[in-house]
Design a protein around this ligand. Structure first.
Ligand code: AMP
Length: 674
């Protein structure tokens, strides 16, 4: 397939905010893509060249891109930087420069989708000495054959900045639309359908005929409709719904309810296959080649990650216990979800976001090889870092250091050892366990694990409906520095990729919001060009007017005004501009004048910020224009919440002392490293 077709589609998707139109446009292209190009097209549409779990990444950042764009257009790096500053996007820069230069170098040969994916995949495998140059050549080869629009999307794909609003749900719906019938039941829509040409339509239960009986359609119209299209009368079958293999373009359903049921079945089948094989390229092929039955019978593959069951929030421990007949309570560990796959001697480890972290955890691989008795299996648990001296759990950041480590991994594994708390099994020795109850899955898990205490063990479980016993367990979990507890329904099956009512309920203390000052920001790029796109948050140094950085925030502020209470980036930028006192390299420093209320998931220790702490996933709640800067929260309050959140009251002395020394070092650096 020509890459220009895909670039044209990308251009359309970028300009078209309406979700349904995006879905239809993608479906049209999917229908005309042949099997061999289908996986590549689906990946590129999502801005990827590898499926999500693949270990490799393209690995080209702004600086190298600057050099590449300069080399392939002949403009100096300074010139390109100037254009970049104005346009805020390398994609737009290359498009502009390529259109100016097109007579000389462009249009030498047509690019195919496969060639683009091939070169971009090679980028990820280009390592070692001279790799920068070779990467440059791979990109330049594409850019020199690309038309301006194609060049724009190649560059954006490389930088991971596609921004077309093609999220997972859009791809799922597009696959459903491409390969299965459209279900119509509404009279008006059916009447509109009469104007179609060369379509295959299943007039289920003679719905059109019935309408003509009601004189909504004249006999003449009906005859003309039948002449222009192939209209059959008959039952709705799986095969009939499978448009890709001779089924119908449109199926007329009796009423809204029937239509909803059929649509849901199609969407669920596509989604189910995605949960088990999270690569829409593969799912698209399966839908086209095997239809509904193929999707519904999709099976997981040991070695490739599966979308996991998620937890819902419970309002209180009491309500969580009441929700199930047989509740099992487990500690909610403060680590990272890990999915361990075993096939013979081979082990893979994936995170909940399907990242492959096998290489980073040779110690865990070793434990899994020794302690799992099944020939092949997929088991799950929470991975946690612990202090080798005290054996106490370490906060999530320690584990995060291990997840992101690329070198000296064995050394790091000794400094920050990990422990695995296993809590579920979804596949054991050729058997998918989704339909079994948690109670049964847990017993099967126990049967295949030879535990090593403190390193590789099953998560402790208390089965009780007694609120006193549950509260005792909860308190112990919080005091041990864990997040809270999970209350699980022992009778529930496993539903991959879903937060299901009746499955898992998480109970953790809620955190109060903070009133922080805006003390800096980063100029946005792309759609946010010209606005301050991320805010640097400050917390007051106690009893002073000085502010210390405690996080970056971009969530909760809107690009467009949806309702009157929304705050847009544009409004905020206008508000902040008078207080900017330093503007360099895309970053601004702002005098603390404006206070905002911020919610967040958690407070973490952070060596990167001069407060010594970072708000995890902060989001904007509202402007506190009723508050002066002296009313903004200070570091003492933040530390108090930090201790509460961690249940650190018992270890208060230790935590405070550690916090103070870290912080002292940092505040002296002033300004901090953002
Ligand atoms: P949340 O991320 O707040 O939605 O909570 C769900 C996450 O809690 C899971 O994805 C796991 O990573 C984590 N977790 C910690 N302990 C457990 C446990 N005992 N059972 C299930 N999930 C757990």
């Amino acid at each position: 397939m020509e890459y220009s077709i895909l670039a044209g589609l990308c251009e359309y998707l970028e300009k078209t905010p309406a979700r349904l139109k995006k879905v239809s446009a993608i479906a049209r292209i999917l229908r005309r893509t042949d099997d061999s190009a289908l996986p590549a097209v689906v990946l590129l549409l999502q801005g990827r060249v590898f499926p999500p779990w693949h270990e490799k990444e393209i690995g080209i950042a702004g600086q190298l891109m600057l050099k590449i764009v300069s080399a392939s257009t002949g403009y100096s790096e300074t010139d390109i930087q100037k254009h970049y500053k104005k346009l805020g996007d390398f994609g737009l820069v290359i498009e502009k420069l390529a259109s100016e230069k097109k007579q000389k170098t462009l249009f030498s040969k047509g690019l195919t989708v496969s060639k683009v994916v091939e070169n971009l995949q090679k980028l990820a495998y280009t390592e070692g000495q001279g790799s920068q140059e070779r990467k440059g050549q791979l990109v330049s080869e594409l850019l020199s054959s690309a038309q301006p629009t194609e060049a724009k999307y190649i560059v954006r794909t490389i930088l991971g900045e596609l921004r077309m609003g093609v999220e997972k749900g859009v791809v799922r719906d597009a696959i459903a639309k491409a390969y299965f019938s459209e279900i119509v039941w509404d009279e008006k829509k059916i009447i509109r359908l009469l104007g179609k040409q060369n379509k295959k339509i299943l007039d289920h239960d003679s719905i059109v005929e019935k309408l003509s009986g009601k004189e909504k359609i004249t006999k003449k119209e009906y005859d003309a409709f039948r002449e222009r299209n192939t209209v059959d009368k008959g039952k709705i079958t799986d095969r009939g719904l499978w448009r890709a293999k001779g089924g119908y373009d449109y199926v007329l359903a009796e009423d809204n309810e029937e239509s909803r049921k059929i649509k849901k079945r199609i969407n669920d089948a596509v989604e189910w296959a995605w949960f088990l094989r999270p690569d829409y390229g593969e799912v698209a092929l399966l839908a086209r080649q095997k239809g509904l039955e193929g999707l519904e019978k999709a099976s997981l593959e040991v070695g490739k990650p599966v979308e996991v069951l998620l937890a819902e929030k419970a309002p209180s421990l009491e309500e969580a216990i009441k929700a199930f007949d047989k509740p099992a309570i487990e500690v909610k560990f403060d680590g990272a979800r890990a999915q361990i796959h075993k096939k013979g001697k081979e082990i893979w480890i994936y995170t909940r976001r399907l990242e492959n972290i096998t290489k980073q955890f040779p110690d865990l691989v070793d434990l899994a090889q020794k302690c799992v008795r099944a020939r092949e299996c997929i088991i799950e648990g929470e991975l946690m870092a612990f202090d080798p001296k005290t054996s106490k759990p370490l906060p999530f950041q320690a584990l995060s250091q291990r997840i992101h480590r690329k070198y000296d991994i064995p050394q790091m594994a000794m400094e920050i050892p990990v422990q695995m708390h296993l809590f579920d099994a979804i596949h054991i020795d050729g058997r998918q366990l989704f339909d079994l109850s948690l109670g049964k899955r847990r017993r099967m898990l126990e049967d295949i694990i030879v535990p090593v205490k403190g390193r590789f063990d099953l998560a402790e479980q208390v089965i009780t409906k007694d609120i006193k016993a549950a509260e005792g367990f909860y308190r112990k979990a919080i005091e041990a520095g864990q997040e809270g507890v999970m209350v699980k329904n022992l009778e529930a099956s496993y539903q991959p990729g879903r937060r299901v009512a009746g499955g898992w309920l998480k109970v953790k203390p809620t955190l109060e919001t903070l009133d922080a000052a805006i003390i800096g920001g980063l100029w946005g790029t792309g759609k946010r060009a010209g606005w301050i796109g991320s805010l640097i948050l400050g917390i007051r140094k106690p009893n002073t007017s000085e502010f210390l950085v405690c996080g970056m925030l971009g969530t909760g502020i809107k690009e467009k005004k949806g309702n009157k209470d929304d705050l847009t980036f544009e409004e905020l930028t206008k508000m902040l501009k008078p207080y900017i006192y330093h503007d360099e390299g895309g970053e601004v420093k702002i005098r603390p004048k404006i206070v905002i209320e911020v919610a967040y998931e958690e407070i973490q220790k952070s060596p990167n910020y001069d407060s010594g702490y970072a708000l995890r996933f902060p989001r904007f709640i509202r402007l506190r224009d009723d508050k002066g800067i002296e009313d903004a929260d200070d570091l003492d309050r933040l530390e108090k919440i930090y201790r509460m959140q961690k249940g650190k009251t018992d270890q208060k002395g230790r935590t405070e002392q550690k916090g103070r020394t870290e912080q002292k070092g940092k505040t002296e650096q002033k300004g901090g490293n953002i």
